[in-house]
Design a protein around this ligand. Structure first.
Ligand SMILES: [Zn+2]
Length: 378
């Protein structure tokens, strides 16, 4: 199947349709229709914000954040300043994962103005979580905090499981609703701008968040539809950020039982690579963390999940596989996670934890075989 372009067909579909799709709390369609009188001022606000974010991303610290980040998903919305990325040809046998298709659908319903607003605000939300926020204050995972206990338990378990320095790896919630806080947005712009410009841009970000109904005051999942891992070079230090929007879409895709632990297992897997100085330039940089997560989730000293939950994880891995050779195809990601699970299940002593350097070495040996999975499956 030819690869669908991941940049959004800029379809001008009624915003009410998306609002209904996104969440039960969506605003009614009638409220989503901007009146003719304020259309131009909203568009002007979005254009100004978009330019401010594009400028901010050019400044040294934000640029460094972006270059050090490991996103779970390729962003469905273009980054300000990079209007559209050229469509990358997928392999003839590859169909992108179902979750990515779901995410594309969310973006396809937005008008061009809404898309630009979402692109700008999602970058601000990402920057805030990567650098300004800290886990010194209590973190709230999920729009209503519904995932906080699971995220807290999973990160504690991961810290104890892998033999890497873990006390200085922060876990921070990435929340679209942060875009509704002028203080937080001003702090974010202050990463690159002088105080006066940062304050003005911060107010503008919050204004845009509140004047576009489909953004739902930041609760639209597109504003926080990702998870990231950062190494020690990140201006905010080593950390993992977990987006509310990602958890929301995982839930609607049927992966709620496993999403928090599987995603954190993967992102912590990047920390395992970082701590061991393993920075592969190929897809093993993403499939390795899938494998280490599988090992952790199936292991008696990790989550000790049963076969059914492990299978759900392999389907979640497949659902975020792409055809762009950045993170592995659906079949390859599935195979990498399943390989990790097998490493745990076939151990003579189920309580023994293979040291991180050893699991990396084993994975690297297996990686060429896993890469052939796609062809073998067809
Ligand atoms: Zn990753």
């Amino acid at each position: 199947m030819p690869k669908q372009t991941r940049i959004l067909g800029r379809a001008f579909v009624a915003v009410g349709a998306l609002a209904a799709l996104v969440t039960a709390t969506a605003v009614p369609a009638a409220a989503a229709e901007p009146s003719a009188a304020n259309v131009s001022s909203v568009e002007q606000d979005v254009d100004r914000l978009y330019q401010e974010v594009a400028d901010l991303l050019q400044t040294p610290r934000p640029a460094k954040v972006l270059s050090n980040s490991k996103p779970l998903l390729a962003s469905p919305i273009p980054e300000p300043g990079k209007k559209s990325s050229p469509a990358v040809a997928g392999s003839p046998d590859c169909t992108q994962g179902s979750l990515l298709t779901e995410v594309d659908k969310l973006a396809e319903h937005l008008t061009e103005t809404e898309l630009d607003a979402a692109g700008a605000l999602s970058r601000l939300v990402e920057l805030y979580a990567s650098t300004v926020a800290t886990d010194k204050s209590p973190q709230v995972f999920g729009t209503d905090g519904q995932y906080t206990p699971r995220a807290t338990a999973a990160i504690d378990k991961l810290r104890g499981f892998w033999n890497i320095e873990s006390w200085n790896i922060q876990l921070v919630a990435m929340k679209g609703t942060d875009a509704g806080s002028p203080e937080k947005m001003t702090q974010t712009f202050a990463l690159g701008f002088d105080p006066a410009r940062a304050a003005e841009a911060g107010e503008l970000a919050t204004k845009v968040t509140n004047e576009i109904p489909v953004l739902q005051g930041g609760r639209n999942p597109l504003l926080s539809l990702n998870a990231y891992s950062y190494d020690a070079d990140n201006p905010g230090g080593k950390r993992i950020t977990l987006g509310d929007g990602l958890l929301n879409v995982n839930n609607r895709s049927g992966f709620d039982d496993v999403s928090v632990e599987a995603v954190l297992g993967h992102e912590y897997g990047h920390q395992v690579d970082f701590a061991n100085g393993n920075f592969p330039g190929d897809e093993s940089g993403e499939m390795g963390p899938d494998a280490y997560a599988g090992y952790f989730l199936a292991h008696a000293k990790g989550e000790a999940w049963d076969a059914r939950a492990q299978q759900e994880v392999t389907y979640l891995n497949a659902s975020i596989g792409d055809c762009e050779h950045s993170h592995g195809t659906p079949e390859q990601r599935k195979a990498a996670g399943a390989w990790g699970e097998q490493q745990a299940l076939k151990q003579f002593n189920p309580n023994q934890i293979v040291p991180s350097a050893k699991i990396i070495e084993r994975f690297q040996q297996q990686y060429p075989k896993l890469m052939r999975t796609q062809n073998a499956a067809h």
